[in-house]
Design a protein around this ligand. Structure first.
Ligand SMILES: NC(=O)c1ccc[n+]([C@@H]2O[C@H](COP(=O)([O-])OP(=O)(O)OC[C@H]3O[C@@H](n4cnc5c(N)ncnc54)[C@H](O)[C@@H]3O)[C@@H](O)[C@H]2O)c1
Length: 342
């Protein structure tokens, strides 16, 4: 039985990490929780059955006093690196929420500590494990749409906190957020696009700005990604569509097209040879689930069987490098090669 701790008892822990770990009670016992805010540890301790003596307002005390095999880190982005390193040094494997960190130096230090300690490190690219993503990838890999040459990915909302009900002001601040809509939400779109094209990012051009909200970070980011295969991703993300926006996800191939989101049926596939749209069956997920149970289970299997982690530090590093290159392009007005960051 793995003994798990969670650092950060905010929205994502309440919605996903807590319930998913609790559902895996044959493999994991949630032993301890830490959050600066005592009311959050008490709330989550009550929901997850963690006794008061295992609730901490200081995460370093939790790591010192508990014997943990696994730590989930669900905190503001600038805390990912120090908390992951300390958890691995304390002997725990680490499931880190996205983005992997806010700088590549932080990522390199984490990867080095994972190697030194022999602990496993994974990062929550959870959408790669969702039903919609899995069906989309099956379609792409079967060749029915031919070579992917363009990914259109649009993710606009009106604000960073819509409907979540927890104070997340750190997301709008440069240091704890590490950026705004792009590193927070666009990060998912980047790793998805790299999976769809099967090809890493080599160059980006971005327009990044703050137009609507009085915040430190960007509320709008438009990014063009050139992939090694020659494919292009056109990515739009923002917290700046005041009335909300239609979200489009489309993958264009030489022999067809895949579309999902934006009010369409979950996944629609158009083939040039039939001239028709079809809707492959997509297994239903719970609300807001987006691959979480699958990726957490996969990491636990990797720990138990000394297998491959679902997403490696190196994979997280490439996504962050692409995002950071986009920020640099936004500042300079020039396209930026991603490997200048790698
Ligand atoms: N994969 C996804 O779909 C997804 C969705 C939402 C959030 N996230 C990620 O999860 C992480 C947390 O986001 P959230 O939405 O839960 O934010 P949140 O603001 O709801 O929760 C963050 C929690 O961290 C706590 N915290 C802050 N500083 C701390 C410290 N020094 N020690 C201990 N706790 C501290 C806060 O008190 C808060 O309870 C971020 O990395 C975010 O990007 C991922």
């Amino acid at each position: 039985m793995l003994r798990a701790g969670i650092i950060g008892c905010g929205g994502i822990t309440e919605r996903r990490h807590g319930p998913v770990l609790a559902s895996l009670s044959d493999h994991v016992k949630i032993e301890a929780l830490a959050d600066l805010a005592q009311e959050r540890t008490e709330l989550m301790g009550g929901k997850l059955g963690v006794a008061t003596e295992h609730l901490y307002t200081n995460w370093e005390n939790m790591l010192a006093q508990e014997e943990l095999d696994l730590v989930h880190i669900c905190t503001p982005h600038h805390l990912h690196e120090p908390q992951a390193i300390a958890a691995m040094k304390a002997g725990a494997h680490v499931f880190l929420e996205k983005p992997i960190a806010t700088s590549l130096e932080e990522v390199d230090r984490m990867i080095a500590v994972a190697e030194q300690t022999g602990r496993k490190l994974t990062v929550g690219h959870n959408q790669l494990f969702s039903s919609v993503h899995r069906v989309t990838m099956e379609q792409i890999r079967s060749g029915v749409i031919g070579e992917v040459f363009l990914v259109r990915s649009e993710g606009f909302g009106s604000s960073h906190v819509v409907g979540r009900g927890i104070n997340q002001q750190w997301r709008t601040q440069t240091k704890p957020g590490g950026g705004g809509a792009l590193i927070d939400n666009g990060y998912h779109q980047v790793y998805n696009a790299i999976d769809y094209t099967g090809s890493p990012a080599v160059r980006v051009y971005a327009r990044i700005g703050r137009h609507v909200h009085d915040i430190q970070v960007e509320d709008t980011a438009l990014v063009l990604i050139e992939h090694a295969s020659g494919a292009t991703t056109s990515l739009q993300v923002g917290w700046s569509a005041l009335a909300g926006a239609v979200g489009v996800n489309e993958i264009l191939g030489t022999k067809g097209q895949i579309r999902f989101g934006g009010g369409e049926t979950p996944v629609s596939v158009w083939r040039k040879d039939t001239g028709k749209w079809t809707q492959p069956i997509v297994e239903a997920e719970g609300p807001d689930e987006l691959g979480f149970p699958v990726v957490v289970r996969h990491f636990i299997d990797a720990i138990e069987n000394n297998g491959e982690v679902p997403v490696s530090g190196a994979e997280g590093r490439h996504i962050l490098a692409t995002v950071l290159a986009a920020y640099e392009s936004g500042r300079s007005g020039q396209s930026v090669k991603v490997d200048t960051y790698e």
